[in-house]
Each structure stands twice: as C-alpha cells, then as structure tokens.
Design a protein around this ligand. Structure first.
Ligand code: FAD
Length: 426
C-alpha cells in the first residue's frame, strides 16, 4: 500500500464471512481493520454446515486450513469422496451418489467453526453492540453511524451483515436501484441434531442399515426432501427436513412472524407421513425441531458503490440446497483479502479494486444463487426433465455440482489483477 497511513477498513457483521475476512486482513501491517457486530458476542446456531471443495480451498487460502481440519468431519473410508447419496424418500431406494474426490462431504458444527475463527482474531479488532444504521461517503472518506449514536470513520467499508443487511440499502441506493428485500421461497426446514449413538440404537432396533447414518444422505420426495450428515467427529447427525408449499407462485411470509420458531415433532412427522422407515426413525429421534422459513435474495445489480462492498449473504443470500451459501461468502473473503493485501494497492484505487471484485465475483455468486433454487426443484421432483425418470434424475444429481466445486479461484484473482493492470508482479 503506497500511502503514508494505513488503509482503514471497517467490516460490518461478524458472521462467517466477516470474521474470515477480518482474520486475513489483520495480518497485514499496512491495513487497519475494525469489525462491528450488532450482537453482544459472536454467535452461530447449533447446527451443521457443509463446505464443498471450492469452499474448503477458500478456507485453506484464508490461512484457516489447520483449525478447520481439527474440527471438520469427513465421511469414513471407503466412502470418503461421497458428498451425498441420493435416495427415494418413499422407500430409501438408492438413486446415485455425488462424488467430490479428495473432499467428499466436509462439514462442521457452525458454532465450533465461528469460535475457531473468532478465537484467532487479535484483541481490539471486534466491537460488539454496534448496529450500523447509516453510511455516508464523502470524497475518499466514509462515516458509519451506529444505533447507539456513535460514529466511525474509515477509508473502505465491507458489508458482511447478512441477508437483512442495512449496508446493502446504501449500496443499492448509490447505484440508483431499489432496495432488495429478502424473498420467502415457500420452503420451510425442520432442523435438529441427533446423538449418533441414539440413532444407531434406533436403526438397529428396526433392522435398518447403519450405512445410512455414517454416509451423508439425501431423501427425495414430492415437495419435500431430507438431508443428513455427521458433525462433531460423528458424535452428532445433522438433519434438515424441507417441505415446500408450491400452491402460490409468489409465496409471502407474514411480516409479523419470526423466520425461526420451535416446532412440534408431531407436525414434522405429519409432514413426512408415508415416507420410508429410515426417514421416519430419523425424525422420531428429534423431539424438539426448530422450523426455519427459508428466504433468499434476487440477484443484485451490483455489490459495490464507491468505497463500500458487500460480501456473503448481504450480497447473495441463497437457498441452502447446494450447501454453498457460506462457501460463497468465503470465496468473497478470499478474493477481497488477496486484493486488499496487495502492497500495490493505492488508496485512490480502492473504488477500482472493489469494481474488479464485483466484476469477478458477482457472475459466479449469482449462478450459485440461481442453481441453488433449481436444485430445490430437482430434489423435490418438480423439474420436468427428471421428475418422472429416476435414472435420469440419478445421473443429473451425480454430476450436477462439479462446476461449483471445481471452480478456479486463482483464475478469478488473475482476472481481477488483470483488470487492475497488476499482472506483471503476480
Ligand atoms: P450471517 O451469518 O448472517 O452474519 C451476519 C452478521 O452480521 C451477524 O452476526 C449479524 O448479527 C450481524 N449484523 C446484521 N446486521 C448488522 C448491522 N446492521 N450492524 C452490525 N452487525 C450486523 N451454507 C453453506 O455453505 N453450507 C451449508 O451446508 C449451509 N446450510 C444451510 C442450511 C440452512 C437451513 C440455512 C438457512 C443456510 C445454510 N447455509 C449453508 C447458508 C449459510 O448459513 C449462510 O450463507 C452464511 O451463514 C452467511 O454468513 P454471513 O457471514 O454472510 O452472514
């Protein structure tokens, strides 16, 4: 960074994307990083999150490979390369498997992952109880105002404040666009974690195959699907059971209803009545599921306005059907950290650098958003090309994710550097 004083970077939002970015940036002496989180502490829900090969590479590139490996689960041999096995919901009959060589299903408990990241942040970087409510850009300086009346000045602002982002409003307004409200998908998801020994006991009692516990599974049915994968080194099985109401083309979630609530086991079992015993026994082992109303965002016309950029769900919240949302936030963080950490970056070039980030990341993240929605149609037998043809459905699922996992992050960086005329020293 060829300027006298360090570039002052503010990150708003301390979820996976914001903390991962902060961790990488604070290793550079020429950057001064401050992270503002609205909650009183970092926090994640008690559930699993899985990462594709692309996200695992981004994690390693952010310097977090070792802490990640210590807490991550991988499917036991000889199924270590299996991401999910695909089965019919009605009888658990095998359709196919998606295979990601060298990675398979790589998953962690969310809170463990965020703790592992947050515990590595140097003191003084994170400020809590700071809800950003307004941003003003004047010439080359930015002012963030918080709900407690305080303000913070910086040279560059990253909005990592999730699907309900307030920084997004500033960016879209700056681009002359209307605000982008989260949209309800019509899908709700029951979530629970099961002690794997309890599930094993229940499967043995019914004579069910324990392979279905050890290897990640997706059970597919009309307007519903269930996924399972292990977390906490196999001690817990993460279960998500999705149901979709497709009776309305434009489903609306009531504004006065929370997106997450406690559900009863009876209502969950009712939603999956007629499903295979393997699926029913799973759900019988979740006495108190939570129910999540799944929202996503429309593809945004831009992630950047001047010296402000969006990353993670603030930019591209998506449905969880490809297990890719957090991974896209990590790809954002990886690319931005490489560009910001480059000593060639001049303060005056910050808007150009952010424009290069936008040009490279947005088409890919939008494609992941789009295909995540399409994946839900495929899994819930609403895709006209495969719904009535199980062999074709199995083949499609087996290969569907390769483009997502095999993405070349280094080529993205080259493309951004080329836009900035930086290639000669790459
Ligand atoms: P968040 O985690 O939403 O973090 C935003 C942070 O900003 C929060 O800490 C919030 O308190 C703070 N904040 C908000 N507003 C303000 C403000 N104004 N000022 C200051 N701070 C603020 N992704 C995967 O990759 N794999 C999966 O397997 C997967 N499974 C999923 C399953 C389900 C059911 C769901 C719903 C999602 C799943 N996802 C998955 C998606 C993933 O959870 C998200 O993409 C990811 O957590 C988003 O991280 P983030 O840091 O961008 O945002």
């Amino acid at each position: 960074m060829q300027s006298k004083s360090p570039l002052r970077i503010a990150i708003v939002g301390g979820g996976i994307a914001g903390v991962a970015l902060a961790l990488d940036l604070c290793r550079h002496a020429h950057l001064q990083v401050q992270l503002f989180e609205s909650a009183a502490a970092f926090g994640e829900v008690g559930a699993g999150v899985s990462f594709g090969a692309n996200a695992v590479r981004a994690i390693a590139g952010l310097g977090l490979g070792e802490p990640y490996r210590q807490i991550a689960d991988q499917t036991p041999a000889p199924w270590q390369d299996v991401w999910f096995e695909w089965r019919r919901g009605v009888d658990a009959g095998y359709l196919s498997a998606s295979v990601a060589p060298g990675v398979g299903q790589s998953s962690v408990h969310r809170a463990d992952f965020l703790d592992a990241l947050a515990s590595r942040l140097p003191d003084g970087i994170a400020c809590f109880g700071k809800r950003a409510v307004q941003v003003t850009q004047q010439a080359e300086r930015l002012q963030i105002r918080f709900s407690d009346g305080t303000e913070h000045e910086c040279d560059l602002l990253i909005g990592a404040d999730g699907i309900k982002s307030s920084i997004r409003d500033h960016v879209l307004q700056g681009l002359g666009q209307p605000p982008a409200a989260p949209q309800f998908s019509g899908t709700c998801a029951y979530r629970g974690l099961i002690d794997s020994e309890i599930l094993r006991g229940a499967y043995r009692e019914r004579g069910l195959d324990e392979h279905l516990i050890d290897v990640p599974q997706m059970y597919l049915g009309l307007d519903a699907h269930i996924l399972t994968f292990p977390v906490k080194h196999g001690r817990l099985i993460n279960v998500v059971a999705f149901t979709t109401d497709r009776s309305r083309p434009d489903p609306q979630w009531p504004a006065d209803q929370p997106w997450v609530r406690q559900a009863s086991q009876a209502e969950m079992l009712d939603a999956f009545s007629g499903w295979s015993e393997a699926a029913q026994v799973l759900l019988e082992c979740i006495p108190t599921p939570s129910l999540w109303a799944l929202h996503d965002l429309a593809e945004l016309p831009g992630y950047v306005h001047g010296r402000v950029a969006l990353i993670g769900d603030a930019a591209h919240a998506m449905l969880p059907h490809q297990g890719a949302g957090a991974g896209q936030g990590l790809e954002d963080a990886w690319l931005l950290a490489r560009l910001l950490g480059d000593p060639q970056l001049l303060d005056a070039e910050v808007p150009l650098m952010l424009a290069a980030y936008d040009a490279v990341r947005r088409p890919r993240a939008c494609q992941v958003q789009r295909t995540s929605r399409q994946a839900g149609e495929l899994y819930e037998l609403r895709d006209p090309a495969t719904a009535a043809d199980q062999a074709r459905l199995g083949q499609t699922l087996a290969q569907r994710f390769d483009w997502l996992w095999n993405h070349d992050l280094a080529a993205d960086l080259q493309q951004a550097r080329r836009r900035l005329g930086w290639l000669q020293t790459a």
